[in-house]
Design a protein around this ligand. Sequence first.
Ligand code: PSU
Ligand code: MN
Length: 304
Amino acid sequence: MSAPLSFAPEVAQARADGAPIVALESTIISHGFPYPQNVEMAAKVEAEVRAAGAIPATIAVMGGHLKIGLSEAEVEALAKGRDIAKLSRADLAACLASGATGATTVAATMIAAHLAGIAVFATGGIGGVHKGAETSFDISADLRELSETPVTVVAAGAKAILDLPKTLEVLETLGVPVIAYGQDEFPAFWSQSSDLAAPLRMDRPEQIAASHRMRAQLALPGGQLVANPIPAAAEIPSDHLAPLIAQAQGEAAAAGIHGKSVTPFLLQRLFELSQGRTLEANIALVLNNARLGAQIATALAQTP
Ligand code: PSU
Ligand code: MN
């Protein structure tokens, strides 16, 4: 039996034509942004992928189908819905089997993209090792997925709410190539700089595509993490954000927030504490990643 994939007409056509496709996740819509900014963000990201010459495929679980490409009404339903599950590798099958509605995280979107034959996926920031993980053991399943599923993921680094040095250590242990785009440093989501050197640097989409192909030739499982810094005009200096992150983290601990709720809680509190600045920055970095994702997908669609 094959996977219950359901392709949007435009994505099915792009697959038949061998045209470049960029996968997009849906947890960023359901759990990463408030309504209605989430709907606006989702539409802008799809438009950005199109403007850069590729076809967007936003991924979610609905009615027992793993949807590859969503209609406007389906995006709206995810954006407004209150009981949308946040799906990672562990819960993807259970949600599909039950017929419930679920939004895919980085990990689940990678699995779906790979099943759909899509090599490139653009998002905001991957999950990683949370601060205090030495006691909480909170390490995102996104990291292990990057070591298992051969999709190139474009993100603005890992969110600065995480422990970035530990996140890089785990990625190294798991054998995940971490490629900073156009700079030497690993970017920190809302800021360009993290003061941490990235293990690899590439300056052109063609290089990233060539290394994606080479991994396949070597039969290496797992993908690549492309860490694309937020545009300078949109960044928030890390010393401005650090106290707000500390405050949000203190509140999360006091409220006993744990598990899947940690990341959505922290993002929402930061939107509030920064008077919307982190939201503006988040939109800018996602658009920037969508553009680079489309360029990499275009390079991959051309014969090497
Ligand atoms: N990028 C964003 N906002 C988000 C996410 C990514 O700009 O909300 C989501 C992704 O779906 C990612 C998830 O997989 O946050 C990480 O959740 P966790 O830390 O629980 O693994
Ligand atoms: Mn977690």
